[in-house]
Design a protein around this ligand. Structure first.
Ligand SMILES: [Zn+2]
Length: 484
């Protein structure tokens, strides 16, 4: 007896449950790939398992649809495998312990992988059925989406003949995503200048910024929340005149380039006689920050502490390093002129650390316009070079620009209207989607991204709505039937 037995649509939940029993966090895909390949072999479905670990299936159209245009159905096989702190679950080897709670499916103490297992389950259910009318299909199950879209970026587009792409990797039923941002990871390094504090009576203090709300650097960048790395630059810059010979001996902040940094710490050496003036200046600027961010980050906090460790990780003039951090751009750079409320271009310094005698700041740069992204990256490079530093640009991925003319979207809107007597929301997002890679690699793609309602993806509280899955699957089948 499976936990999801009896839930409808039966096949979708059957395949979904099977997938939850095979650990398939990103970079741990051997088992799930074997499962996906076996699925094809058991049913004599033509497939390609490529070097980027993607699995691509090809199925002919059902009677009456033999010559219809090919439709691509796409989702990713990997999930963000996370468990509650202290649960001690080895996500690499342990099947998920799934449960049903009312309309929701979850997994005890771990993420569920509804993102994006439900897309794969829907595609398998369609291919496994012989009573679903559909055009010829290319089902593309990509690998390692969550870690940087390696599967999609490594996809050989010549495997695909279809140009209509239904991506099932969105988490809001009734929202059609029709555009996304491209991005890059830009790391900026400035070297230590081996500065030393003048005088003999030297003190060490720590300035700690905490209590900011943080959040996703794409979808939440427009909220105007404070970034601890930027605020550290601001606070230290303002205090810098109070101690001209102050040296930063350690500095760090943030956890990921795509998360707005919520914490940062700097360890500072300075003449003991200047500690009071410096601390006062820090507190004074912190007060200004507090009132400026009172509505967005009510928990903002700056503390001046005695350091926990005394060892120097770096020796860099405070005025130099803080000046650099303060000069770095941050936040929304431009809003879309076509889609109201959509952030077009932004950047976020998400990680600050000391690395091989450098202060390293790692940015997530995003834009739905390729040229704007490139311009912003160039700006970071110029600025860093002005400060005597260097850059490393990695993880570049393409965006997906909103297409005014989209027959697929028109069909999907019409079917949605017929089914629900209301309009779907048409949205572009300020985050990456694999669709961007298809557009980048091939000409003429017409794409829409959909998906059933999910909550708290990428976390142990992830939940998938059963009724929304049923409706989304039903909708997908009706769309396929319409694409004759
Ligand atoms: Zn996903």
């Amino acid at each position: 007896m499976g936990t999801l037995d009896g839930l409808k649509p039966e096949k979708v939940f059957h395949f979904f449950e099977e997938m939850t029993q095979i650990p398939h966090g990103s970079y741990n895909l051997e088992g799930i790939r074997k499962y996906l390949i076996r699925f094809a072999e058991d049913r004599n479905i033509e497939y390609t398992a490529d070097e980027a670990e993607n699995v691509i299936y090809r199925v002919p159209g059902t009677p009456g649809y033999e010559n219809s245009p090919i439709v691509i159905i796409q989702g990713h096989m990997d999930m963000v495998a996370v468990c509650e702190e202290g649960s001690g679950i080895d996500m690499k080897t342990t099947p998920l312990d799934i449960f049903v709670d009312g309309d929701l499916i979850g997994a005890r103490h771990t993420s569920l992988g509804g993102d994006d297992g439900i897309a794969v389950a829907m595609a398998l259910a369609i291919m496994d059925s012989d009573d679903i009318p559909h055009p010829p299909l290319e089902v593309v199950v990509t690998a390692n989406e969550e870690t940087g879209m390696e599967g999609a970026s490594g996809l050989d587009i010549s495997h695909l003949k279809g140009r209509m792409l239904i991506n099932i990797d969105s988490e809001d039923e009734g929202i059609f995503t029709v555009g996304c941002a491209g991005g890059a990871r830009a790391s900026c390094f400035i070297p230590e200048d081996n500065a030393a504090v003048t005088g003999t009576d030297i003190s060490t203090i720590e300035v700690k910024i905490s209590g900011l709300l943080g959040g996703h650097s794409g979808q939440m960048i427009n909220l105007g929340r404070g970034n601890a790395i930027k605020l550290m630059g601001r606070v230290l810059s303002s205090a810098s005149p109070a101690s001209k010979s102050a040296v930063i001996t350690a500095i760090c902040g943030g956890v990921a380039d795509n998360a707005i940094a919520s914490d940062a710490v700097a360890r500072i050496q300075l003449p003991s006689s200047e500690v009071k003036a410096f601390s006062d200046a820090v507190k004074n600027e912190a007060e200004k920050v507090r009132s400026e961010f009172a509505s967005t980050d009510p928990g903002f906090n700056v503390q001046i502490l005695d350091p926990v460790k005394a060892q120097n990780e770096i020796n860099i003039s405070l005025s130099y390093a803080a000046g650099f951090l303060n000069a770095l751009p941050f936040g929304v750079i431009a809003m879309s002129k076509e889609i109201e409320g959509l952030v077009e271009t932004s950047l976020n310094p998400g990680i600050l650390k000391v690395e091989n005698g450098n202060v390293r700041v790692e940015f997530a740069v995003r834009s739905s316009i390729k040229e704007s992204k490139e311009k912003l990256v160039k700006q970071l490079i110029n600025l860093t070079e002005e400060f005597g530093g260097t850059n490393l640009i990695t993880g570049v991925y393409p965006g997906w620009k909103y297409e005014v003319n989209s027959p697929l979207r028109d069909t999907m809107v019409r079917v949605f209207r017929d089914m629900y007597s209301r309009e779907p929301k048409i949205e572009a997002i300020h985050a990456g989607l694999e669709c961007g890679w298809f557009m980048d690699k091939g000409e003429g793609f017409d794409a829409v991204s959909i998906g059933p309602d999910m909550q708290d993806i990428h976390s142990p509280s992830e939940r998938l709505s059963i009724s929304s899955t049923a409706r989304t699957y039903d909708f997908l089948l009706r769309v396929l039937a319409e694409l004759k």
